[in-house]
Design a protein around this ligand. Structure first.
Ligand SMILES: Nc1ncnc2c1ncn2[C@@H]1O[C@H](COP(=O)(O)OP(=O)(O)OP(=O)(O)O)[C@@H](O)[C@H]1O
Ligand SMILES: [Mg+2]
Length: 186
Protein backbone atom coordinates (compact mmCIF):
# COMPACT_ATOMS: atom_id res chain seq x y z
CA UNK A 1 0.00 0.00 0.00
CA UNK A 2 2.70 2.42 1.12
CA UNK A 3 4.71 1.67 -1.99
CA UNK A 4 1.67 2.24 -4.22
CA UNK A 5 0.99 5.55 -2.46
CA UNK A 6 4.64 6.54 -2.84
CA UNK A 7 4.43 5.72 -6.56
CA UNK A 8 1.28 7.85 -6.86
CA UNK A 9 3.00 10.72 -5.01
CA UNK A 10 6.02 10.37 -7.26
CA UNK A 11 3.80 10.48 -10.36
CA UNK A 12 2.00 13.57 -9.04
CA UNK A 13 5.30 15.36 -8.45
CA UNK A 14 6.49 14.48 -11.94
CA UNK A 15 3.26 15.69 -13.56
CA UNK A 16 3.07 18.93 -11.54
CA UNK A 17 4.76 21.92 -13.13
CA UNK A 18 5.77 23.22 -9.72
CA UNK A 19 6.00 21.12 -6.63
CA UNK A 20 6.75 22.62 -3.21
CA UNK A 21 7.47 20.10 -0.48
CA UNK A 22 7.73 20.92 3.23
CA UNK A 23 9.50 24.25 2.66
CA UNK A 24 10.44 26.26 5.74
CA UNK A 25 12.39 29.46 6.22
CA UNK A 26 13.40 31.11 9.47
CA UNK A 27 14.75 34.63 9.98
CA UNK A 28 16.49 34.37 13.37
CA UNK A 29 13.62 33.85 15.82
CA UNK A 30 10.86 34.30 13.24
CA UNK A 31 9.50 31.31 11.32
CA UNK A 32 8.42 33.13 8.13
CA UNK A 33 7.49 30.01 6.08
CA UNK A 34 6.41 26.97 8.06
CA UNK A 35 6.38 23.59 6.33
CA UNK A 36 4.57 24.67 3.14
CA UNK A 37 3.67 22.08 0.53
CA UNK A 38 1.59 22.41 -2.65
CA UNK A 39 1.60 21.48 -6.30
CA UNK A 40 0.76 23.61 -9.30
CA UNK A 41 -0.41 21.75 -12.40
CA UNK A 42 0.49 22.91 -15.90
CA UNK A 43 -2.12 25.34 -17.25
CA UNK A 44 -3.71 26.02 -13.87
CA UNK A 45 -3.99 29.27 -11.96
CA UNK A 46 -2.83 28.97 -8.38
CA UNK A 47 -2.97 31.68 -5.72
CA UNK A 48 -1.13 31.95 -2.44
CA UNK A 49 -3.10 34.25 -0.19
CA UNK A 50 -2.60 35.39 3.36
CA UNK A 51 -2.46 38.46 5.59
CA UNK A 52 0.48 40.88 5.68
CA UNK A 53 3.55 39.16 7.02
CA UNK A 54 2.20 35.66 6.33
CA UNK A 55 5.33 34.78 4.33
CA UNK A 56 4.09 35.03 0.73
CA UNK A 57 6.98 37.14 -0.55
CA UNK A 58 9.48 35.02 1.35
CA UNK A 59 8.03 31.93 -0.36
CA UNK A 60 8.14 33.63 -3.79
CA UNK A 61 11.75 34.62 -3.15
CA UNK A 62 12.63 31.03 -2.31
CA UNK A 63 10.91 29.70 -5.45
CA UNK A 64 12.68 32.30 -7.59
CA UNK A 65 16.08 31.50 -6.08
CA UNK A 66 16.59 34.77 -4.24
CA UNK A 67 16.98 32.96 -0.97
CA UNK A 68 17.44 29.31 -0.06
CA UNK A 69 14.95 27.38 2.06
CA UNK A 70 16.18 26.08 5.41
CA UNK A 71 14.24 22.89 4.77
CA UNK A 72 12.21 21.29 2.04
CA UNK A 73 12.50 20.87 -1.69
CA UNK A 74 11.19 22.55 -4.83
CA UNK A 75 10.80 20.81 -8.17
CA UNK A 76 9.99 22.58 -11.42
CA UNK A 77 9.13 20.58 -14.54
CA UNK A 78 10.36 17.45 -12.75
CA UNK A 79 13.76 18.83 -11.70
CA UNK A 80 14.92 20.07 -8.32
CA UNK A 81 15.60 23.81 -8.38
CA UNK A 82 16.18 24.84 -4.76
CA UNK A 83 19.65 26.28 -4.44
CA UNK A 84 19.86 27.41 -8.08
CA UNK A 85 20.54 31.08 -8.81
CA UNK A 86 17.69 33.41 -9.87
CA UNK A 87 18.98 33.61 -13.46
CA UNK A 88 19.13 29.80 -13.75
CA UNK A 89 15.59 29.54 -12.43
CA UNK A 90 14.39 32.26 -14.82
CA UNK A 91 16.06 30.42 -17.72
CA UNK A 92 14.18 27.25 -16.77
CA UNK A 93 10.90 29.11 -17.11
CA UNK A 94 9.81 30.76 -13.88
CA UNK A 95 9.10 34.41 -14.61
CA UNK A 96 8.40 36.58 -11.60
CA UNK A 97 7.46 40.15 -10.89
CA UNK A 98 8.28 42.08 -7.75
CA UNK A 99 5.87 43.56 -5.24
CA UNK A 100 8.18 46.58 -5.12
CA UNK A 101 8.71 47.21 -8.84
CA UNK A 102 12.26 47.13 -10.09
CA UNK A 103 12.61 48.44 -13.65
CA UNK A 104 15.85 49.88 -15.01
CA UNK A 105 14.67 53.46 -14.48
CA UNK A 106 16.92 55.22 -17.00
CA UNK A 107 16.16 52.78 -19.83
CA UNK A 108 13.15 53.14 -22.09
CA UNK A 109 10.05 51.06 -21.48
CA UNK A 110 10.87 49.14 -24.66
CA UNK A 111 14.47 48.42 -23.65
CA UNK A 112 13.33 47.18 -20.25
CA UNK A 113 11.09 44.61 -21.94
CA UNK A 114 13.60 43.75 -24.70
CA UNK A 115 16.12 42.78 -22.01
CA UNK A 116 13.64 40.18 -20.76
CA UNK A 117 13.04 38.96 -24.30
CA UNK A 118 16.79 38.48 -24.84
CA UNK A 119 16.79 35.62 -22.35
CA UNK A 120 15.82 33.24 -25.15
CA UNK A 121 16.64 35.38 -28.20
CA UNK A 122 20.16 36.46 -28.96
CA UNK A 123 19.13 38.52 -31.97
CA UNK A 124 18.25 42.04 -30.71
CA UNK A 125 15.79 42.55 -33.60
CA UNK A 126 13.84 39.45 -32.56
CA UNK A 127 13.93 40.53 -28.92
CA UNK A 128 12.56 43.94 -29.90
CA UNK A 129 9.79 42.29 -31.93
CA UNK A 130 8.81 40.16 -28.92
CA UNK A 131 8.96 43.29 -26.72
CA UNK A 132 6.53 45.04 -29.10
CA UNK A 133 4.08 42.13 -28.91
CA UNK A 134 4.12 42.15 -25.11
CA UNK A 135 3.90 45.94 -24.88
CA UNK A 136 0.81 45.87 -27.11
CA UNK A 137 -0.73 43.14 -24.97
CA UNK A 138 -0.25 45.31 -21.87
CA UNK A 139 -1.28 48.62 -23.45
CA UNK A 140 2.18 50.10 -23.02
CA UNK A 141 3.16 50.25 -26.69
CA UNK A 142 2.39 53.98 -26.95
CA UNK A 143 4.73 54.66 -24.03
CA UNK A 144 7.60 52.50 -25.27
CA UNK A 145 10.02 55.41 -25.81
CA UNK A 146 9.53 56.91 -22.35
CA UNK A 147 12.08 56.16 -19.64
CA UNK A 148 10.68 53.67 -17.14
CA UNK A 149 11.12 56.29 -14.41
CA UNK A 150 8.49 58.48 -16.12
CA UNK A 151 5.72 55.88 -15.78
CA UNK A 152 3.02 56.08 -13.14
CA UNK A 153 3.06 53.32 -10.51
CA UNK A 154 0.22 51.31 -12.16
CA UNK A 155 2.09 51.50 -15.48
CA UNK A 156 5.32 50.48 -13.76
CA UNK A 157 3.52 47.46 -12.35
CA UNK A 158 2.38 46.57 -15.86
CA UNK A 159 5.92 47.05 -17.13
CA UNK A 160 7.00 44.57 -14.47
CA UNK A 161 4.50 42.06 -15.89
CA UNK A 162 5.66 42.83 -19.44
CA UNK A 163 9.29 42.19 -18.52
CA UNK A 164 8.40 38.84 -16.98
CA UNK A 165 6.18 37.79 -19.92
CA UNK A 166 8.91 38.71 -22.41
CA UNK A 167 11.03 35.89 -20.96
CA UNK A 168 8.35 33.42 -22.20
CA UNK A 169 7.93 31.81 -18.78
CA UNK A 170 6.33 28.41 -18.36
CA UNK A 171 5.20 29.68 -14.97
CA UNK A 172 4.55 33.42 -14.70
CA UNK A 173 4.30 34.33 -11.03
CA UNK A 174 3.24 37.64 -9.64
CA UNK A 175 2.40 39.07 -6.25
CA UNK A 176 -1.04 40.58 -5.71
CA UNK A 177 -2.21 41.74 -9.11
CA UNK A 178 -2.81 45.45 -9.02
CA UNK A 179 -2.69 45.59 -12.80
CA UNK A 180 -5.92 46.35 -14.61
CA UNK A 181 -8.62 43.70 -14.92
CA UNK A 182 -8.73 42.14 -18.34
CA UNK A 183 -4.99 41.73 -18.55
CA UNK A 184 -3.49 38.24 -18.60
CA UNK A 185 -4.19 37.00 -15.11
CA UNK A 186 -1.67 35.14 -12.98
N1 LIG B 1 15.02 39.40 5.07
C1 LIG B 1 14.28 39.31 6.19
N2 LIG B 1 14.84 39.34 7.40
C2 LIG B 1 14.08 39.24 8.53
N3 LIG B 1 12.75 39.10 8.53
C3 LIG B 1 12.13 39.07 7.34
C4 LIG B 1 12.85 39.18 6.11
N4 LIG B 1 11.97 39.11 5.07
C5 LIG B 1 10.76 38.98 5.63
N5 LIG B 1 10.85 38.96 6.98
C6 LIG B 1 9.75 38.76 7.91
O1 LIG B 1 9.10 37.54 7.57
C7 LIG B 1 7.69 37.64 7.69
C8 LIG B 1 7.04 37.33 6.36
O2 LIG B 1 7.27 38.42 5.49
P1 LIG B 1 6.79 38.43 3.97
O3 LIG B 1 7.31 39.69 3.37
O4 LIG B 1 7.19 37.15 3.32
O5 LIG B 1 5.21 38.48 4.14
P2 LIG B 1 4.08 38.71 3.03
O6 LIG B 1 3.08 37.61 3.21
O7 LIG B 1 4.69 38.86 1.68
O8 LIG B 1 3.44 40.10 3.50
P3 LIG B 1 2.73 41.27 2.63
O9 LIG B 1 1.30 40.83 2.42
O10 LIG B 1 2.81 42.45 3.57
O11 LIG B 1 3.50 41.47 1.37
C9 LIG B 1 7.43 39.06 8.19
O12 LIG B 1 7.28 39.01 9.60
C10 LIG B 1 8.66 39.83 7.79
O13 LIG B 1 8.91 40.91 8.67
MG1 LIG C 1 4.69 40.36 0.24
Amino acid sequence: MARRQARRDGAAIMSALLSIDAVSKRFRGLLAVDNVSFRVAQGSIFAVIGPNGAGKTTLFNIIAGMSAPDRGSIAFAGERIEGLTPDEICRRGIGRTFQLVRPFPALSVEDNVAIGAMLHRHDPALARRRAHEVLKQLDLFGKRHQPASALTLPDRKRLEVARALATDPKLPSSPRSTVRPGLPSF
